[in-house]
Design a protein around this ligand. Structure first.
Ligand code: ATP
Ligand code: MG
Length: 139
């Protein structure tokens, strides 16, 4: 059965480029409800933990540096089939490969500075939601 939440982060590039409003509008238009949201900045330790699955990849240190370079918006989004539908809405990791109309096609700068994060499984959606939010921060 597919789950109904996913975790997103509007990454430092999109915050810097003033795309928070445009990206949230896309998210709402696509039928996602916001269950939790915060404007925050990841510490190096938090970013290393969040992307620990990539710790042996050549881009890991740069990714951690980028993700801690400025504030982000983290949010739990709710919708039927949330993980898969949100990944469709954001498009491919590399914006050059992302479909027209997707968030990354519209707002990303590069493969690394790709505007948004989206969970890749229901299991990770729950882990990532718990990483950013307590129970009392969810509505
Ligand atoms: P995310 O997990 O942020 O939603 P994704 O699932 O599309 O992105 P992953 O493979 O999980 O892609 O990579 C995590 C992030 O690491 C990417 O979103 C991007 O910011 C960065 N990244 C991935 N591959 C590369 C690469 N080859 N070069 C530079 N940065 C990369
Ligand atoms: Mg990923």
């Amino acid at each position: 059965m597919s789950g109904n939440i996913t975790l997103t982060m509007i990454k430092p590039d999109a915050v810097k480029n003033n795309y928070i409003g445009a990206i949230l509008a896309k998210i709402n238009e696509a039928g996602f409800k916001i269950k939790a949201m915060k404007y925050t900045k990841l510490s190096v330790e938090q970013a290393r933990e969040f992307y620990a699955v990539h710790k042996d990849r050549p881009f890991y240190n740069d990714l951690v540096e980028f993700m801690t370079s400025g504030p982000i918006v983290a949010a739990i989004l709710e919708k039927e089939n949330a993980v898969e539908d949100f990944r469709k809405l954001i498009g491919a990791t590399n914006p050059a490969d992302a479909e027209e109309g997707t968030i990354r096609k519209l707002y990303a700068e590069s493969m690394q500075n790709n505007a948004v994060h989206g969970s890749d499984s229901d299991e990770n959606a729950n882990i990532e939601a718990n990483f950013h939010f307590s129970k009392t921060e969810r509505f």
